[in-house]
Write a protein that binds this ligand. Structure first.
Ligand code: GUN
Length: 278
């Protein structure tokens, strides 16, 4: 069946509203700053979705845009100022960024305690060593979906397709910490189907539409589709959802699946950061 993510989102939004009300009483209002250093239409659309939920929940936000003529130093200087600004809870650099900017230099200039995406090397290291620190939003969202579905993870065989720093690598770590047996497949993996057919849980983050079809999955498995692909002006995932839904126990839809849950996770990270602040 196709998972109803809307219900999960409403529940999580209600929880966030309560937590934000408690913070408001203490005069603690979260503020997130979005840094956009690219001219990518998809990124602008993601930022718009993030801003929409901030407005809905009464979270302060600011957007800072850089043109293609910007220097790395300018962006780093801007981030350093935000690091010092007590009113700013979280800083998010929307990826990808212009090719002439070094992504590690930019992301690592964010103070780790303000790194709401969990992309700073310090936070990545913390995650890999099993410290519950700031968890990147997409993997956090996937874990929330699996939890809401009541999926037991211990001992399960999980296959992740995709090895990005944003999704593939961190989700594999989180699942490993929950005692799953995890295989990461990628573009150079031979005989992909041999792995996917065995998977109790299949997480697909490859960015290739129709990559996973019914013949590639195990019966009654759980399929999490992280793909976002534009095909003939429509947004589709990496999974052939309709046919896969007939064989899988659960498959998440695209649009309206992992994407909105990722945004909820971002807000959860931000709220947690304010709650933990002195
Ligand atoms: N680009 C695609 N996904 C993400 C994300 O989770 N965070 C940021 N900052 N950029 C992205």
């Amino acid at each position: 069946m196709i998972v109803d993510i809307k219900k999960m989102i409403s529940k999580k939004e209600e929880e966030l509203v309560k937590r934000l009300a408690v913070l408001k009483q203490k005069n603690k209002i979260p503020k997130i700053v979005f840094i956009v250093a690219n001219e990518d239409e998809a990124s602008k659309s993601y930022i718009r979705s993030k801003i929409k939920i901030c407005d809905k929940l009464g979270i302060k936000q600011e957007e800072i845009y850089f043109t293609h003529t910007c220097s790395e130093e300018e962006v780093v200087e801007c981030i350093k100022k935000l690091n010092q600004d007590k009113a700013v809870t979280g800083i998010l650099v929307q990826l990808p960024i212009y090719h002439h900017l070094n992504v590690n230099t930019i992301v690592n200039s964010i103070k780790p305690s303000k790194d709401v995406d969990g992309f700073h090397t310090f936070n990545v290291g913390s995650l890999y060593s099993g410290c519950q620190n700031i968890i990147p939003c997409t993997p956090k969202g996937i874990m929330s979906i699996l939890d809401e579905l009541g999926i037991e993870l211990s001992g399960k065989y999980v296959v992740v397709i995709g090895r990005s720093n944003i999704v593939g690598k961190p989700i594999a770590q989180l699942l490993l910490q929950k005692d799953s047996t995890v295989t990461i497949c990628h573009s150079k993996t031979r005989n992909l189907k041999e792995y996917t057919k065995e998977a109790d849980i299949l997480i697909v983050a490859a960015g290739i539409s129709n990559l996973v079809t019914k013949d590639m999955i195990k019966k009654d498995s759980v399929i999490i589709d992280v793909g976002i692909n534009r095909v003939k002006d429509k947004i589709v995932g990496d999974v052939a959802t309709i046919e896969v839904a007939k064989k899988a126990k659960y498959v998440t839809p695209v649009p309206g699946g992992v994407g909105p849950m990722t945004i909820i996770s971002l807000i959860e990270n931000l709220v947690e950061m304010v709650e933990n602040s002195k």
